[in-house]
Design a protein around this ligand. Structure first.
Ligand SMILES: [Zn+2]
Length: 349
C-alpha cells in the first residue's frame, strides 16, 4: 500500500493567546473575502461578537451566519445547498457540533475550511472525518481537512475543565492505538505507516512533559491533537489515533443509557487496555493524577455492567480491525480489571 498521495494539511496554524481577535487578519491574508460562518448555537454571544468585529475590521464579508443546533448530515446537506455562489471559504467557530457540520459542508462544496475550536475535547477539529448523525445514527463521514486552524488558548482555557480532561483522554489513547496497530500488523499483516505511527506517538510525550491547565498546557494539547489528526490524514486510516480503546467508546455510545464525553470514555478504556498490552500504564496513571482526570470521572462514575458489555461487543463494531480485544481471553481480562483494579473502585459503580 502506497501512502495517500493527496495529503491535505493546514496551511494556516495559529495556536496562541488572543488569536480570536486576529482571525480576520489571518483570513484576510489568505484572500478569502466572502465567508460563511458556522457556530454553536449555545456559544457565548460575546465571543461571536469578537469574531465578527475582527472579520469586519479586515473587510471580510460574512455572507451567512449559521447557528448549529445538531450535528446531522441532513443539516449539513441543507447548508451546502443554500451556500451563496461566491462563497470563498467555510469558517467554523465553537465546539464539535459546528466544526463537524462545517467540515462536511466544506467537503461537499470543495471549499477551504477554517476551524476555530473554543474547547479541546477531542482530536476532531483537525481530522479527515466528520462525526455526524445520518438517519438518527452517528456515523463517521469523509470530510475536508482544515485549510486553517485558529486556536485562542485563552478561550480554550476558559472552557469547562471536563472538556480539557476529555481532550487529555483522547490524546493518551494514542499509546494503546499505536500498539494495537503494530499488533494488527503482526497478526494480520495489515500495513503500518511508520511516519504516522511515530508522529502519533510523539505527540503524547510533548504533553506529558508539561500537563498543566494553563496557556502553555492548552497550546501543547491543541498542537498534539492537531498532529494526531494529521497522522490519520497521512496514512489514510484512523489507525494512528484509534485502537481497541476507541472501539470500547463506540460500543458505549451504542449501548449506554447515558453516553459520556468521547475522551472521558476513551481515556479510562486506554488505562485498562494498557494493562492488557503490558505497556504505558504508569505513564497514563501519572498523567491522569497530575491533571485531575480521575477526580472528574469519580464525580460521575461509569456503569460497570455497561462497560463489561461494551468489551464483549467492541470487536464486532469493526470486524476487520484487529486489536488486542479480538481475542476472547483478553476480553475476559478486561472485565476482570474493571472488577478488581483498586484504582477503578471509584471510577465505576
Ligand atoms: Zn478519539
Amino acid at each position: 500500500m502506497l501512502r495517500n498521495t493527496a495529503i491535505t494539511i493546514p496551511t494556516l496554524v495559529r495556536i496562541k493567546r488572543g488569536a480570536l481577535d486576529r482571525i480576520g487578519i489571518y483570513i484576510g491574508r489568505l484572500h478569502l473575502q466572502n465567508i460563511v460562518l458556522l457556530f454553536n448555537n449555545e456559544l457565548d454571544k460575546t465571543l461571536i461578537e469578537r469574531v465578527d468585529t475582527s472579520l469586519k475590521e479586515n473587510n471580510i464579508s460574512v455572507l451567512q451566519h449559521i447557528p448549529i443546533h445538531a450535528s446531522s448530515s441532513e443539516h449539513a446537506q441543507q447548508i451546502f445547498q443554500s451556500l451563496p455562489r461566491h462563497t470563498s471559504a467555510i469558517v467554523a467557530f465553537g465546539g464539535g457540533k459546528a466544526l463537524d457540520v462545517a467540515k462536511y459542508v466544506a467537503f461537499l462544496g470543495r471549499l477551504p475550511y477554517i476551524a476555530s475550536p473554543t474547547s479541546l475535547s477531542n482530536d476532531g477539529f483537525c481530522s479527515p472525518q466528520s462525526s455526524l448523525e445520518f438517519q438518527g445514527k452517528r456515523r463517521s463521514l469523509p470530510a475536508a481537512m482544515p485549510y486553517g486552524v485558529v486556536v485562542d488558548t485563552d478561550v480554550c482555557l476558559n472552557a469547562p475543565l471536563i472538556l480539557w480532561h476529555s481532550g487529555i483522554g483522547d490524546l493518551v489513547s494514542k499509546i494503546t492505538a499505536v500498539y494495537d496497530w503494530k499488533l494488527s500488523f503482526k497478526k494480520t499483516g495489515s500495513q503500518i505507516d511508520d511516519f504516522a505511527a511515530l508522529l502519533s506517538d510523539a505527540t503524547v510525550f510533548q504533553l506529558m512533559a508539561k500537563p498543566d491547565h494553563d496557556s502553555e498546557g492548552i497550546r501543547l494539547l491543541a498542537t498534539a491533537l492537531m498532529l494526531n489528526g494529521i497522522a490519520m490524514e497521512i496514512c489514510g486510516s484512523s489507525r494512528p489515533a484509534s485502537g481497541s480503546e476507541h472501539l470500547i467508546s463506540h460500543a458505549l455510545d451504542l449501548i449506554s443509557k447515558r453516553p459520556r464525553l468521547h475522551g472521558l470514555q476513551v481515556g479510562v478504556a486506554t488505562y485498562i487496555i494498557s494493562q492488557l498490552q503490558g505497556q504505558g500504564t504508569e505513564r497514563i496513571t501519572n498523567l491522569f493524577e497530575a491533571t485531575g482526570f480521575w477526580k472528574t470521572i469519580e464525580a460521575d462514575p461509569f456503569d460497570r455492567a455497561e462497560w463489561i458489555e461494551a468489551c464483549r461487543t467492541a470487536p464486532s463494531i469493526k470486524p476487520d480491525y484487529y486489536t488486542i480485544l479480538s481475542e476472547q481471553k483478553n476480553q475476559d481480562t478486561f472485565a476482570r480489571i474493571i472488577e478488581q483494579d483498586p484504582r477503578l473502585k471509584k471510577i465505576f459503580r
